[in-house]
Design a binder for this molecule. Structure first.
Ligand code: CUA
Length: 163
């Protein structure tokens, strides 16, 4: 059987493209690609977060004081923030530096405090870290902005900044 020279060239180019696409996806889904997402707060076992045996503040999330700084540990899960949702708002003092350390016990969530520049993805297995200072006392909305399941639209809460 005779295969035309140009046919061979294009066949080769097409195979190269396919290999290239697969390599790109593989590169993005292991190692480097995963590391691109915000893991500024380090890695953590999502299973341990779910079971509450991480041996960290995520086992009993809330506001703690570390080195004179307020650190808020928040666990996101379908479909609430702990603390943050329901009658358990995050409470921080006005004018203080506050660092949020947020992780997920199940799927990808979002963590955004309305009217501030606090906005991060929350990825199971990783801790997202965001720092901010609230100068104005008041209640700020907290929303999940990554689709995380059937009740995603109900996932929210509030941050109370007290004078
Ligand atoms: Cu959690 Cu959307």
């Amino acid at each position: 059987m005779q295969v035309h020279r140009f046919e061979k060239v294009w066949l080769g180019a097409a195979i190269l493209l396919i290999v290239g696409f697969i390599a790109t996806i593989a590169y993005g889904s292991v190692g480097v690609g995963v590391g691109m997402v915000d893991d500024s707060g380090g890695q953590i076992s999502a299973q341990a977060v779910q079971n509450g045996n991480t041996g960290t503040h995520f086992d009993d999330p809330g506001v703690v004081k570390e080195d004179g700084q307020y650190v808020v540990y928040v666990v996101a899960r379908q479909f609430q923030f702990v603390p943050g949702s329901g009658d358990n708002p995050v409470q921080v003092p006005a004018g203080a530096n506050v660092t949020f350390r947020v992780t997920s016990a199940d799927v990808v969530h979002g963590f955004s405090v309305v009217e501030t520049n606090i906005n991060t993805m929350v990825i199971p297995g990783q801790v997202s870290e965001v720092s901010a200072r609230f100068n104005e006392p008041g209640t700020y909305g907290l929303i999940c902005h990554e689709y995380c399941g059937a009740a995603h639209h109900t996932m929210g809460g509030s941050v109370e900044v007290v004078p």
